[in-house]
Design a protein around this ligand. Structure first.
Ligand code: ADP
Ligand code: MG
Length: 314
């Protein structure tokens, strides 16, 4: 199917938000969000529970109205409800609604029909999300993970340019999660724009061009995972088998910031991994030594811990 394929030359970014705010009663859910998502970008929204991710995504989708600030989705405001925009965006919400008495195939065909999409897309999309064999199964009999995949299929069946997924991998087992990664990478490869939320930091690191970390309704970091990790204070951890070195001796190496004993390892934390590894190699050899470089998860914990005061790793 080639209909509605984005040209990649469409004017302007996919999303532009400026100072978007949203309050529920006395809860300031979004406290002035400013960001731009380019066309073709894979954009991750990360943050602790209650940070405002779903509110943010639902405002982008046109499902909620911002109290203030400005918002442009594919060049147009999504509110008041913009019917022209609907076929161009795909939405998987955190609490998806299904036609539970229909089969998976009938459900998806209904969604496709609502969008006026090619019915041929139904079988293709079912197989894309790994539900080819469940097409004839009633929605209320599907497992949680299968329903999740059907919800994702419902966001993709009409081949939208801009795809929103709110924790799409939350209920998936590791295999289904990896399979979805392939689907999402293929969509990105085809030029689609993807905005998605997740609690899986490894996944965000593997998939996203850029991520926004949201804490208490504000963006506290926004960059590519690589640059966020590179700029982070998080050290590299060198794990040395405990029978090879004592913690006291490890502390003596120049460039070692901290030494802890974990399980069967003496762990050397350092921001000078090269020199420390060289010294370690000369002193005790490197057999069995494992290296853990900083990850997006370290950056995330540093930022969210500091700012929420919970479980910080000070
Ligand atoms: N409809 C609502 N009415 C009142 N409070 C809400 C509503 N939706 C969300 N909230 C509150 O707004 C904050 C942000 O929620 P949400 O956007 O769902 O965060 P996240 O998706 O990051 O977990 C939370 O404190 C939540 O309890
Ligand atoms: Mg949410």
């Amino acid at each position: 199917m080639t209909q509605k394929k984005p040209t990649g030359q469409a004017a302007g970014p996919a999303l532009v938000l400026e100072g978007v705010r949203k309050r529920y009663g006395d809860k300031q859910a979004l406290d002035g969000i400013t960001l731009t998502v380019e066309r073709g970008e894979f954009f991750g929204v990360l943050g602790p529970n209650g940070a405002g991710k779903t509110t943010l995504v639902e405002i982008m989708e046109g499902l909620r109205r911002a109290d203030s600030g400005s918002l442009s989705v594919l060049g147009a405001p999504p509110w008041p409800r913009n019917m022209a925009l609907l076929p161009r965006i795909g939405v998987q919400t955190q609490s998806s609604a299904f036609f539970t008495r229909l089969t998976a195939r009938e459900h998806l065909a209904t969604v496709a029909a609502l969008y006026g999409a090619d019915p041929a897309g139904v079988a293709r999309t079912l197989s894309l999300v790994g539900l080819a064999e469940q097409g004839g199964v009633r929605v209320d009999v599907l497992s949680g993970g299968q329903r999740q995949r059907l919800a994702i299929a419902s966001a993709l069946v009409h081949e939208p340019e801009l795809i929103f997924l709110d924790e799409p991998t939350a209920a998936l087992d590791p295999q289904a999660r990896r399979a979805l990664w392939q689907v999402l990478r293929a969509l990105k490869g085809a030029g689609r724009t993807i905005v998605y939320t997740t609690h899986h930091l490894d996944e965000a690191e593997a998939l996203c061009d850029r991520v926004a970390i949201v804490v208490a309704g504000s963006v506290v970091a926004l960059d590519s995972p690589g640059r966020l990790v590179g700029a982070a204070k998080a050290p590299t951890r060198l794990l040395v088998p405990a029978d090879r070195i004592t913690a006291e001796r490890a502390r003596g190496f120049e460039g070692v910031d901290r030494v802890v004993v974990e399980g069967g390892s003496v762990v050397l934390e350092t921001r000078a991994a090269g020199p420390v590894l060289a010294a370690l190699g000369a002193a005790v050899g490197l057999d069995g030594v494992r290296t853990r470089t900083a990850t997006l998860e370290d950056v995330y914990l540093e930022l969210t811990g500091e700012l929420t005061g919970s479980e910080g790793r000070a």
